[in-house]
Design a protein around this ligand. Structure first.
Ligand SMILES: C[S@@+](CC[C@H](N)C(=O)[O-])C[C@H]1O[C@@H](n2cnc3c(N)ncnc32)[C@H](O)[C@@H]1O
Length: 301
């Protein structure tokens, strides 16, 4: 296995900060819930002893196919991490020492013109992380009701002008269906700086991606599940890329609250750093995609 090959397509974000703080027992069982290009998995395996175990999961077939890690301690599953209990059952595992979650999408997905994640490439409106799912960005844009679209842009894109965005989409939809990412881009004329335009389209695409992959509900369910499967003293590290995910993580770690799901009297985790960890300037220069990353680590009480 070559270190350079693993890091070639996707540069793992906050690698040292997340993995060093995660490992509490070098012989323990760990989960990398978002395998992607395998960078974090590779680093975790480097830190574990020969009796350690790493269970890795990704819902994207491409990511599984590209795996370069061959190691007896390593077990890779094609699944959604929300089904982690079923995955652990297959291996007769009840509890683990730590879980790492690096949310969002990998560069492998972002840069693939067939996947529809990038607003800078003209590709089919897709955005499914799991290619077997029957719900894509095309369904969202062409079929969601006015009310659903409003909810998507307001809640997942945090747009104040969601109503206007929805009206523009509905106007074009009335005349012609949307097929490609540029069909969507062309509906909007954003005045102002390049930065302002970039921010608008990133948030627009982010909100559709969150809807397509049900990312918010899945994160909430997974956090709750993690509190049942991590051993006392074990850790969970979450890397998020937008404020919605980071707020959910912070609220759960700090107060034991997941809105619309649960409110623990005593929070099951305690944060091991008071402040959120952000990439250093050096990392952002090397990998500009890391700039929005936020890492929170907590320990099971
Ligand atoms: C940011 S990338 C992870 C990169 C990885 N840490 C690395 O170093 O290469 C996120 C990955 O998580 C996967 N993913 C996101 N949500 C998921 C979920 N609910 N279940 C399983 N995989 C998921 C995506 O398909 C993607 O491959």
């Amino acid at each position: 296995m070559n270190y350079k090959d693993i890091f070639y397509h996707h540069k793992p974000v906050l690698l040292k900060e997340s993995v060093e703080n995660l490992i509490v027992d070098k012989n323990g069982i760990y989960i990398d819930a978002t395998f992607g290009g395998g960078g974090h998995s590779y680093e975790i395996l480097k830190k574990l002893n020969k009796n350690g175990t790493l269970i890795a999961v990704d819902q994207d077939k491409e990511s599984i196919k590209r795996n370069l890690i061959k190691d007896k301690r390593f077990h890779l599953f094609h699944n959604n991490f929300v089904y982690i209990r079923d995955i652990l059952n297959k291996k007769n595992i009840e509890k683990v020492s730590g879980i790492l979650v690096d949310l969002g999408i990998s560069s492998l997905q972002m840069d693939n013109p067939k996947r529809g994640f990038s607003n800078q490439l003209n590709c089919p409106l897709d955005m499914r992380m799991n290619q077997e799912s029957s719900y894509s960005a095309k369904n969202v844009i062409n079929e969601c009701s006015k009310k659903q679209l409003f909810h998507i842009f307001r809640e997942y894109g945090e747009f104040k002008n969601s109503k206007k965005i929805v009206e523009k989409i509905l106007k074009r939809r009335f005349q012609e269906k949307f097929f490609n990412t540029f069909d969507l881009n062309n509906v909007f004329f954003i005045r102002g700086s390049f930065r302002k335009k970039k921010r608008f389209f990133s948030r627009l695409f982010q909100s559709i991606r969150i809807e397509v992959n049900d990312e918010i509900n899945i994160l909430k369910d997974f956090l709750l599940e993690s509190s049942k499967i991590i051993l006392p003293g074990g850790r969970i590290a979450i890397i998020s890329y937008h404020s919605i995910e980071d707020r959910i993580t912070k609220s759960f770690f700090k107060k034991g609250i997941i809105i619309n799901k649960i409110n623990f009297k005593t929070p099951p985790f305690k944060m091991i750093h008071k402040k959120v960890i952000k990439p250093r300037f050096k990392e952002i220069i090397k990998n500009p995609r890391s700039r929005s990353a936020r890492l929170r680590i907590a320990e099971k009480s």
